[in-house]
Design a protein around this ligand. Structure first.
Ligand code: SAM
Length: 281
């Protein structure tokens, strides 16, 4: 039997076609098969770059079956590239089942770096980027969405979400109810003609979106700033213990110990520890 071939994860543009890399184009042109989320959608991209590689579909409804079939092809020596409709495959897109199966079967997997709406939006948002959490799409039902947003109330890192145009206003208004004055940033139509970043409280951003119907059209990344922790409320003796412990333990662990000892919030101590380390406190 021949050596297994390679599965390539190939990011494609999220708007501007020039964002595709020369390496991505070479890979797409040279593999035996391209597995695409929607072959008709990707045909336009491939035609644009004169790539005539055979395509087959891999989407959430056929991924199990397709993964088995593609692994068989990879094991018999055919290189395969995986693409989604836009951006990085597997990031709120299909591909996880295939990649996991390839890993289990010892098939090499190589991911090419490239466009991803979440990372692009975050890098330009002006929100802290040292720690962030990517949540994909928020729940569709308002109650579940509000519950999820409540869990952000004490989160001390930036949160990043994808949102569909038909829900953008409802989501931002839910944020207004749950997160009050917290700063958010909405990135709209990244790398396209009407690219816009709107920052402010959820109320300000909601008002901006509702001022004109056209503002609610397009593609959105929503980012929520970290909770502001009142470090001054932490007693000095707790800070002293935190400083000492964090010399010997990871900060998270040290914060947890001090939180239990003084009956304080772990997140607040963790943030205070980070501030100390970065010289802010
Ligand atoms: N895999 C893709 C990636 O790497 O970004 C994301 C796929 S997910 C199904 C599609 C969502 O990504 C959209 O609903 C939107 O929230 C976000 N998105 C994609 N392209 C975008 C763009 N040009 N501007 C803003 N958000 C975008």
């Amino acid at each position: 039997m021949s050596e297994p071939a390679t599965l390539y994860i190939v990011p494609t543009p999220i708007g501007n076609l020039e964002d595709i890399s020369p390496r991505a184009l070479d890979t797409l042109a040279s593999v035996a098969w391209i597995a695409a989320e929607d072959t008709r959608h990707s045909a336009r991209l491939l035609q644009h770059f004169s790539i005539s590689t055979r395509t087959l579909s891999l989407h959430e409804h056929n991924e199990d079956k397709r993964a088995a079939m593609l692994c068989h092809r990879l094991l018999s020596g055919d290189d395969v590239a995986l693409i989604s409709d836009a951006g990085t495959p597997l990031i709120s897109d299909p591909g996880f089942v295939l990649v996991r199966r390839c890993r289990e079967e010892g098939i090499p997997v190589i991911a090419l770096p490239g466009p991803c709406a979440a990372i692009t939006a975050l890098s330009a948002s002006g929100l802290p980027t040292d720690r962030f959490i990517f949540e994909g799409f928020l729940p569709v039902k308002s109650q579940a969405r509000s519950n999820m947003l409540s869990s952000l109330a004490e989160r001390t890192c930036t949160s990043v979400f994808y949102e569909a145009p038909r829900r953008i206003v409802d989501t931002v208004r839910d944020m207004q109810r749950v997160l009050k004055e917290r700063q958010i940033v909405v990135a709209k139509e990244i790398s396209k003609a009407f690219e816009t970043y709107i920052s402010g409280t959820p109320q300000e951003v909601g008002d901006w979106l509702e001022a004109e119907a056209v503002r609610q059209k397009g593609e959105f990344v929503v980012m929520v700033s970290p909770a502001v922790v009142d470090v001054s409320a932490i007693p000095p003796e707790a800070m002293t213990l935190l400083t000492t412990l964090s010399e010997h333990l990871p900060l998270k662990k040290a914060a947890a110990v001090v939180a239990t000892h003084y009956n304080l919030k772990k997140n607040a101590l963790y943030q205070a520890g980070l501030d100390l380390k970065s010289g802010l406190a």
